[in-house]
Design a protein around this ligand. Structure first.
Ligand SMILES: C[S@@+](CC[C@H](N)C(=O)[O-])C[C@H]1O[C@@H](n2cnc3c(N)ncnc32)[C@H](O)[C@@H]1O
Length: 393
């Protein structure tokens, strides 16, 4: 069942179930109550009108893939004279840059109103529009955190041979304002999942193709700019938590909804064209959400409960009198009954004695000190702390 979160005028919210079944019918803009937020729903209509009906400070993240205003003129053909499937749709056409800027600023204004104070926005675009979007974001008070290059492994060639192959798109990630400091960025898990190296701002993915690309009855692409699910997966894993609400005002085939549902996030999609809404509904209905435990964020070092070394002694994981040493067995200290340790030089905490024996100003005693783990093997005392945490401190 789709859930509907009501947000009262004072800003508090509650969640209730809508009796709309597994594949709820799209909502019309006129169906939207001004003080409630229907999540896991597609709103069919103009995004400006629909966003104006969404409550202020109600969504955690916006992902927007707006019209690019590609300004394509004339038919584009390959050397074999076959026609190139460019984006020539009416929804991508604007009379002028001024008209595009006016539209961009209008939806970004609404986006800013709808975002929670620590919410954030991603906007994807190409050289045709992304610089205009970037300046609008800054003018409206958003705070740009990064721009990300999506490097395409399989870009469309430049058929006329008059320019470089256009092999990337740009994403801008911005908070609602410069003051927003608690925006979601799952730094530690991103690093852990990236060979323990910080994730960089250049991302490589193929464009959406193969089985993932939705086709219509005649075998043609159902949508000219369907985005790869991998791209949305990374964005949602990086900058949302399970249970967050993600709004996509240019829903297209519903890629954001597909990935959000799979990853245990809520989505709201707005799309004007009924054919695309139908594709998005069908795609989302097929998605099976992952188990909660697979999408819950891992505990960060900062969240982990504090464990005093005394707990290790109280629980008799190490007996008073046990000898601790560093990995090279150069320094030694003895565990005391009160949870302090004593070396040849002094008595004190695992951290202080670790620092003193090394002649350093500070030391993390949990990783410096080791105990005999049997068979001549040493293990860091941090292992004992982890056991205590796993049992629940
Ligand atoms: C670049 S496409 C988004 C594609 C989408 N990310 C996907 O993966 O399928 C932009 C979409 O915005 C829709 N659109 C354009 N202007 C709109 C408006 N004013 N209100 C609602 N939807 C609009 C278009 O119909 C189009 O499907």
């Amino acid at each position: 069942m789709a859930s509907v979160r009501s947000v009262s005028k004072s800003g508090s919210s509650r969640t209730q179930s809508a009796s709309t079944g597994k594949n709820p019918k799209p909502l019309k803009v006129a169906d939207l109550a001004a003080d409630s937020l229907s999540v896991d729903q597609i709103i069919q209509g103009d995004c400006l009108a629909a966003m104006a009906r969404l409550p202020a400070a109600s969504v955690d993240l916006i992902f927007a893939d707006p019209p690019y205003n590609l300004q394509l003129t004339g038919e584009l053909t390959r050397p074999d004279q076959s026609r190139v499937d460019g984006v020539t749709d009416h929804w991508d056409q604007f009379a002028s840059f001024e008209a595009y800027d006016k539209f961009t600023r209008a939806w970004l204004n609404e986006a800013r109103r709808i975002l929670k104070p620590d919410g954030a926005i991603w906007v994807i675009g190409s050289y045709h529009n992304i610089f205009r979007v970037g300046s609008a974001l800054q003018d409206l008070g958003f705070w740009i955190l990064n721009d990300v290059i999506w490097h395409k492994t399989n870009p469309m060639p430049n058929f006329r041979g008059r320019r470089l192959t256009n092999a990337h798109e740009t994403l801008i990630w911005a908070t609602r304002s410069a003051e927003a400091k608690s925006y979601t960025f799952n730094y530690e898990s991103l690093k852990a999942a990236n060979e323990d190296v910080q994730l960089r701002s250049d991302w490589t993915f193929p464009i959406c193709a193969g089985a993932e690309r939705v086709k219509d009855d005649s075998g043609s692409k159902a949508h000219p700019t369907q985005k790869p699910e991998a791209l949305l997966h990374r964005i949602l894993i990086a900058t949302t938590k399970a249970g967050d609400v993600v709004l996509d005002p240019f829903f297209g085939t519903g890629t954001t909804g597909v990935v959000a549902k799979r990853l245990g996030r809520h989505f709201i999609g707005i799309e004007r064209e009924s054919d695309y809404v139908a594709v998005a509904r069908a795609r989302i209905a097929d998605v099976v959400p992952l188990d909660e435990e697979l999408v819950a964020p891992p505990q960060t070092k900062r969240d982990a409960p504090r464990v005093p070394f005394a707990t290790v002694v109280e629980r008799r994981m190490l007996e008073p009198g046990a000898i601790l040493c560093d990995p090279s067995r150069r320094h030694r200290a003895k565990v005391r009954a009160d949870g302090t340790i004593v070396s040849a030089e002094a008595t004190g905490s695992i951290h202080r004695i670790g620092a003193i024996v090394q002649g350093l100003p500070a030391c993390n005693g949990w990783t410096f000190w080791h105990f005999e783990a049997g068979g001549g093997r040493l293990a860091p005392i941090d292992l004992l702390r982890q056991k205590i945490r796993a049992e629940g401190v």
